[in-house]
Design a protein. Structure first.
Length: 202
């Protein structure tokens, strides 16, 4: 079972997530987002011993200049939420990154779009809301491909993760459900969620 937490603050949230063995720590580079990080804060990431965790830069159609200036050397993965093609994914991988490609799903036929970007290292099935905390349609969860390469985002929480596990999903991406106020992660909620995951594993 794998966990990604998105919208983290580089100084406030990282050590907790590393200590809790969160697999993927996501940092948002999207100006319209309340979780958008200050570029100056990127430097703080180099101070951490990541242990088994990976740092993920969450982006929308990033250009090469932005990638080379801000992301290279600081992040293991780039998560792509834009209109990136298979060819663009290859270009970014060739710069030295692994790729998470987000697929926005509002109806069943959207799911198959992941086949067009199968050179991505991981596929994230998400709602079309782009951070608006929309719930992933339950009837479509069972239609998703299964396996360690495929993650689910969209209102996953401590309250429903056990039910989603029963539908065959074992890779979860969380953001707003771990906040008490918009853009600020609640460490108590993070700990409770990870405790729940550890319960499900045992």
């Amino acid at each position: 079972m794998k966990i990604k937490i998105c919208g983290l603050n580089p100084t406030r949230d990282v050590q907790l997530c590393i200590d809790l063995k969160v697999n993927y720590l996501g940092f948002v580079f999207y100006e319209k987002s309340p979780r958008n990080i200050n570029l100056k804060d990127i430097q703080a990431l180099s101070a951490y011993n990541k242990k088994g965790s990976s740092f993920v830069a969450v982006t929308v159609n990033p250009n090469n200049e932005f990638i080379k200036k801000n992301l290279l050397g600081n992040f293991d993965f780039i998560q792509l939420h834009g209109s990136e093609t298979k060819e663009r994914i290859k270009e970014i991988k060739d710069m030295g990154f692994k790729i998470i490609k987000a697929i926005k799903v509002s109806e069943e036929r959207d799911i198959d779009k992941y086949k067009e970007v199968d050179n991505a290292d991981l596929i994230l099935f998400d709602t079309p809301g782009m951070e608006k905390s929309l719930e992933f349609p339950k009837d479509l969860i069972t239609k998703l491909p299964k396996g360690e390469k495929y993650a689910l985002a969209g209102s996953v929480s401590e309250a429903n993760v056990a039910n989603i596990c029963e539908l065959g999903i074992n890779f979860f991406d969380l953001s707003s459900s771990l906040e008490s106020q918009l853009g600020y992660k609640d460490h108590f909620k993070i700990k409770n969620f990870i405790n729940k995951i550890n319960e499900l594993k045992s």
